[in-house]
Write a protein that binds this ligand. Structure first.
Ligand code: BEZ
Length: 266
């Protein structure tokens, strides 16, 4: 997914695009925990048979399939061609659309998103597109990275890249808002927020943090000359090892979720 960078973690707020290269195969090998941990936000969505649902940032469609199984009529969108292809292979009606470019008008009973909104900038453009896409009375139910999400990983990336003359804050494609800040954004766009909260969720990463960095951190490691990239990644890993590996040797990432349910008023 390509996304613009404008945030407090990137003080310049320049319109850089994420350079993340998404591979559905790699995602399924190293990050299948992402849709697997989506049950709580799916419960909050509570899709009903016959409802029209937009899955925003559907990835490989693993969670979309569960919304379809509930009887909803689902349109799924993602900005990564390989993810859209993988979702289509599951039989999901998936389209190649970036979250910043939603052009649906009053079509959906619900817009759903899991682990995707933090890649989409600027957030106000995404939220405005979601609002437009909903029918009056429709709901926006989502989970994303929230304030302090993967803080240890961010600190390690900052420290190591600084040693190589790079500013990780400027390279970051991510947006991890506090509940208060995101509530304000939703309300400014016209939403009525029913609930919004941060949920710390230490998350086992069975494939290890090397694989996590290879899957998600292209924006940082891609800025390092190819010849040094593996060594720089290993520096990040060694800085994180004493903090994120538990006594049984499992890597546990310091995820913090922001989960919310908001309505477009009738
Ligand atoms: C997240 O789901 O919080 C996340 C995943 C990959 C990179 C950054 C954040």
């Amino acid at each position: 997914m390509r996304s613009e960078i404008i945030n407090q973690q990137n003080p310049k707020g320049a319109g850089n695009l994420s350079t993340q290269r998404w591979s559905a195969e790699r995602y399924q090998q190293t990050a299948s925990f992402v849709p697997a941990l989506g049950s709580a936000v799916l419960e909050l969505l509570a899709p009903a048979p016959g409802e029209r649902v937009l899955d925003l940032g559907c990835g490989d469609g693993a969670l979309t399939e569960r919304i379809v199984a509930a009887g909803a009529l689902v349109t799924a969108v993602d900005a990564a061609p390989d993810m859209v292809a993988a979702a289509r292979q599951r039989g999901v009606e998936a389209r190649l659309v970036a979250g910043q470019d939603l052009d649906f008008v009053g079509e959906f009973d619900a817009v759903f998103s899991n682990a995707a909104l933090h890649w989409m900038r600027p957030p106000e453009r995404v939220i405005a597109g979601v609002y437009r896409a909903l029918k009056p009375g429709g709901r926006f139910v989502a989970e994303m990275g929230g304030h302090n999400n993967i803080a240890a990983i961010m600190v390690a990336l900052n420290a190591v890249l600084r040693g190589h003359g790079l500013d990780a804050r400027r390279l970051s494609p991510w947006y991890f808002p506090s509940a208060e800040a995101y509530r304000e954004r939703l309300e400014t766009a016209g939403f009525a927020v029913e609930q919004i909260r941060l949920i710390p969720r230490p998350t086992p990463v069975p494939a290890g943090i090397e694989a996590w960095l290879d899957t998600f951190a292209d924006d940082f490691l891609g800025a390092v000359p190819q010849a040094q990239r593996a060594a720089v990644r290993d520096e990040v890993v060694e800085l994180l090892r004493p903090v994120l590996v538990d006594e049984r040797g499992t890597w546990i990432a310091d995820y913090v979720r922001l989960r919310f349910r908001a309505f477009r008023p009738r």
